[in-house]
Design a binder for this molecule. Structure first.
Ligand SMILES: Cc1ncc(COP(=O)(O)O)c(C=O)c1O
Length: 397
């Protein structure tokens, strides 16, 4: 009998972190692993942001901040939302958190009661399910495969709505598929949501800038739904600040206040000097962001070209983020080197053990036919990884 709570016993370990641990263990044994399993840009944080952080530290900016973040940062976020998204928010509608992850968690805790249902278009970022379940909600996956470009239609979403549906949570661009919802698709979703005033949308826009599809659209731009939308965004991806742990939400006053209350009891405000640096990230030069996006763009081309060399692999082109999510079903039932491939988790393990390339099996993202490959790595590493993947797949029969 475990001493641990059923809450934690029922919780699944993050598959991406599990794969990271496994590849670290192999690395420590001296194996030359290429890690394409992680969701973080391989660039350093831009110098101007680091300099702003050092300056804040030197100035003694080392004390507790207001729970929802400094007024200066929240005002900078409002300026960003106006300038880039044409959205009007006041600073008291912004809650700064320890990463977008905490913002999502705050929103779920604020909105969901036990037994409420949360719809998650699937494939989805794996933490959504764990966070929803921690809030004791029923997480309902609305699956759309590669043949639907990984985006369920508004009609399909509506067919899953019940009187208990309280939240729809999705990312656009999507981790793991790279799918981006365009304005027409969002408009169709809004038409459905207009009929269900109880439902709120958590719109995870953390990959907003890593978008190859042109003009970015947020569902909060539809007036009919703005007050029921919680925008989640952050600094990890666009500014390569994963370790700084800084994200935020923009929401109605009622929801922002509720999240301030939750965060105030659990973690308080985010790190003071990181918040000062985040103002520089938003207001300072965006050249480094553009540089990184251009790099991701050319890596995406490279990965799509290299993918063509692998027989039987099917994958829609990702329109955003830095992942591809190929369907690897062609290899199910095949074996080599003492490994039999039954599903995507077996494939991911096979690639780790035989090709020494770390990827993530798709099961915990809601699709056990696919694996997630990150292209947040140098072109040299991507080429080396695909040479190895190709050789390992060729052995399977
Ligand atoms: C879709 C999505 N949302 C949120 C996050 C978490 O971001 P943060 O580092 O700001 O917590 C990630 C990180 O991988 C992500 O992929």
């Amino acid at each position: 009998m475990s001493i641990l709570s059923t809450r934690v016993l029922n919780m699944k370990e993050s598959a991406t972190l599990a794969m990271a641990r496994k590849s670290r263990e192999l690395k420590e044994q001296g194996v030359d692993i290429i890690n394409l399993s992680l969701g973080e840009p391989d660039f350093d944080t831009p110098e101007n942001i680091k300099a702003a952080c050092k300056q804040a530290l030197d100035k003694g900016d080392t004390k507790y901040t207001p729970v929802s973040g400094t007024k200066a940062l929240r005002e900078a976020i409002c300026r960003k939302l106006k300038k880039e998204n044409n959205l009007n928010y006041t600073f008291d509608q912004i809650v700064v958190s320890n990463g977008a992850k905490q913002a999502i968690s705050n929103a779920c805790m604020a909105l969901l009661d036990p037994g409420d249902e949360m719809l998650v278009p699937s494939p989805f970022w794996l933490s959504y399910a764990a966070i929803g379940e921690l809030a004791q909600a029923r997480v309902i996956e609305v699956y759309a495969g590669a043949d639907e470009n990984f985006k369920p239609s508004a009609d399909k979403l509506e067919s899953f709505i019940t009187s208990r549906t309280k939240v729809i949570l999705f990312s656009s661009p999507c981790n793991p598929t790279g799918a981006v919802y365009n304005q027409q698709e969002l408009a169709a979703m809004v038409e459905v949501l207009k009929k269900y005033p109880r439902i709120h949308v958590i719109s995870d826009e953390i990959y907003e800038h890593i978008n190859y599809a042109g003009q970015y659209s947020s569902i909060a731009q539809f007036d009919e739904i703005k007050d029921r939308t919680i925008i989640v965004n952050g600094f990890s991806k666009a500014y390569s600040m994963t370790g700084w742990r800084l994200g935020y939400m923009a929401a109605s006053n009622e929801i922002a206040l509720a999240c301030d209350k939750i965060q105030g009891q659990i973690t308080s405000g985010a790190c003071s000097f990181n918040q000062a640096a985040a103002i520089e990230a938003l207001d300072g030069s965006q050249d480094k962001v553009h540089f990184m996006i251009e790099k991701f763009k050319s890596r995406r081309e490279l990965v799509l070209n290299r993918l063509k060399e692998l027989p039987g692999i099917n994958c829609p082109q990702p329109d955003g983020a830095f992942y591809i999510f190929p369907d690897v079903r062609y290899y199910f039932g095949k074996s080599a080197n003492g490994y039999m491939i039954h599903n995507s988790e077996d494939m991911s393990l096979y690639l780790l053990e035989i090709a020494h390339v770390a990827t993530v099996g798709g099961k915990s993202f809601g699709d056990a036919n696919c694996i997630r490959i990150s292209f947040a790595a140098s072109e040299e590493m991507i080429n080396k990884a695909f040479d190895r993947i190709k050789a390992a797949l060729e052995q399977l029969n």
